[in-house]
Ligand binder design. Structure first.
Ligand code: NAD
Length: 268
């Protein structure tokens, strides 16, 4: 495989100051892309990532923006236009959890998760598509007019009690992604999603921090290990590259087999 499969690509990674977004920012830069490291409040972390990338000869800069606010997305895309002259790949990664049992979930927590995890991905994607169209196709840069990678989850398919806001948002992302892919493929815009299983990040510390939690979690993962942010980042590089040029409207699960209903291994 090409060692720089994203050479010449300009990418925006939302929520890139930690976890999976951070790993994607580093992996994209390593693969040759210029990267906009978006953060909401963790400025220092985001600037550190951009500076690490620059020190390794790459191009990156950190931009503040709350993706759940249309103005936040506008600021982000304005900064990209100014610094990089355009965008070729959007990785809509920002997300959060606000968990509660169904009847305890406040409307505020329901709304917040929908705003960030679903509407935030929609708003950024809309800006990206407008930008792709304005730029036009440049076959020297990529076979596609532009690429969008949504960040879904195994919970776009696996119901998740105690997390109805999160599962609803990710279920929404699935059909947002597929409907957009269907609508835009004719323009050579590739829309796909990455769907992580259990990846060791700040969003799910409770699920892997203690030995007891780890053991319980591992029962859900046939491959026998908890995922690392890099597992997702490597898949994202491929999906964003021309090596995946014929991949359109697909959700790539990166989950060690979590989607295989492991509870049925011996039962059923
Ligand atoms: P994380 O908490 O480390 O990263 C989420 C990032 O999104 C943070 O940097 C946070 O600041 C940012 N963010 C939150 N609200 C934002 C906003 N309004 N504007 C801009 N940025 C915002 O957790 P992570 O695991 O790296 O999560 C990344 C994505 O992966 C999320 O969409 C999450 O739902 C998804 N995911 C994670 C797992 C997992 O096991 N870790 C599994 C499935 C899906």
């Amino acid at each position: 495989m090409d060692s720089k499969p994203l050479a010449g690509q300009r990418a925006l990674v939302t929520g890139a100051s930690s976890g999976i977004g951070r790993a994607i920012a580093y992996a994209f830069a390593e693969a040759g892309a210029s990267v906009v490291v978006n953060y909401r409040s963790s400025r220092e972390e985001a600037e550190q990532i951009a500076s690490d990338i620059q020190q390794h000869g790459g191009k990156a800069f950190a931009v503040q923006g709350d993706v759940s606010e249309p103005e936040g997305c506008e600021t982000l895309f304005g900064a990209i236009e100014q610094e990089l002259g355009g965008i070729d790949v959007l990785v809509a990664n920002a997300g959060l959890q606000r968990d509660a049992a169904f009847t305890d979930m406040s409307l505020e927590d329901w709304q917040k998760v929908i705003d960030v995890n679903l509407t935030g991905q929609f708003v950024c994607a809309q800006e990206a598509v407008r930008q792709f169209r304005q730029q036009g196709l440049d076959p020297k840069r990529s076979r596609a007019l532009g690429k969008i990678l949504f960040t879904s989850s195994v919970h776009q398919a696996i119901p998740w009690g105690g997390h109805v806001n999160y599962a609803s948002a990710k279920g929404g992302v699935k059909l947002l992604m597929e409907s957009m892919a269907q609508e835009l493929a004719g323009e050579k815009i590739r829309v796909n999603a990455i769907a992580p299983g259990a990846i060791k990040t700040a969003i799910n510390t409770d699920a892997w921090e203690t030995e007891e939690a780890r053991e319980k979690l591992l029962k859900l993962i046939p491959y026998g290990r908890i995922g690392e942010p890099d597992d997702v980042a490597k898949a994202a590089v491929w999906l964003a590259s021309d090596d995946a040029d014929y991949v359109v409207g697909t959700t790539l699960f990166i989950d060690g087999g979590m989607m295989l209903y492991p509870a049925f291994r011996e039962g059923g």
